[in-house]
Design a protein around this ligand. Structure first.
Ligand code: SAM
Length: 243
């Protein structure tokens, strides 16, 4: 039946995403720097600058992986604040926890294994939620956005940093060629796993464009949703509020 097919496809996607991140966890950070020429640091810096996070606040870094954003938030919220790094994948969580502990980031940060589609937190709990290069991997994105809306406090904000649609056709073509031909090669050389990076290229192409994602955030209940294109729309930062 149709239902049966959807169930299989759903489980397959979840299993595939799990394999990808178990496989790349150990080399995840170095791959990010290689593949983006270090530019992911600038995209993340911009996200932090748009977060409005202050001392004493509670922040969820969802699909937080190796914790680049969580590390910065931990310093921003201080002793009275709290940061939760949540990720579905225990290999990525482990890498994140070890990295942050080595950086001396302890005390106001907790690690939770959780699926973005069914967040194990109370209603109206966080001042800010970030999901950086994570939403693309989630099977039911609408469900995940509703779950984020639920756990956000009134007055809180969601920031979604994600690959998007390049604004100009030549950039789009060059970028497609890069992601389908160069990324799997880098994956093969560094993690001996070209398939994981083939998945990456495909997931980028399939991900909703700027206006579609904005519409999805509107539909989940977010208000004043806007987005900022970064690097010609290769990446976009979406922001929405819960009032
Ligand atoms: N946020 C980090 C960053 O920007 O570097 C990590 C991004 S990494 C590309 C994507 C992360 O999403 C992985 O750690 C993966 O385990 C996680 N993920 C995938 N599906 C998820 C889900 N349904 N719920 C929570 N995390 C998920």
């Amino acid at each position: 039946t149709d239902f049966g097919f959807r169930t299989v496809a759903r489980e397959e996607k979840q299993a595939m995403v799990a394999n990808v991140f178990h496989s790349v966890a150990a080399k995840y950070d170095v791959m990010n720097d290689l593949m983006s020429f270090g530019i992911h640091r600038i995209w993340k810096r911009f996200t932090i600058d748009c977060s409005g996070v202050r001392r004493g606040q509670r922040v969820l870094d969802l699909a937080g992986g190796t914790g680049d954003l969580a590390a910065k938030f931990s310093r921003m919220v201080g002793d009275q604040g709290q940061v939760i790094l949540a990720d579905i994948n225990d290999s990525m969580l482990k890498m994140g926890r070890e990295k942050l502990r080595d950086l001396g980031i302890v005390g106001n940060i907790n690690y939770v294994q959780a699926n973005a589609e069914a967040l194990p937190f109370p209603d109206n709990y966080f001042d800010c939620i970030t999901i950086s290069f994570g939403l693309r991997n989630v099977t039911d994105k609408d469900k995940a956005l509703r779950s984020m809306f639920r756990v956000l406090k009134p007055g809180g904000r969601l920031l979604v940093l994600e690959f998007s649609k390049p604004l100009l056709e030549p950039l789009s073509k060059a970028y497609d060629a890069y992601s389908f031909h160069v990324l799997p090669k880098i994956g093969e050389l560094v993690v001996k796993d070209p398939d994981s990076y083939r998945y990456l290229a495909e997931s980028i192409r399939m991900h909703p464009d700027q206006d579609t994602l904005k519409g999805m955030m509107d539909a989940a209940g977010f208000e004043n949703v806007s987005y900022f294109n970064l690097t010609g729309g290769i990446v976009a930062l979406h922001r929405g509020f819960k009032f």
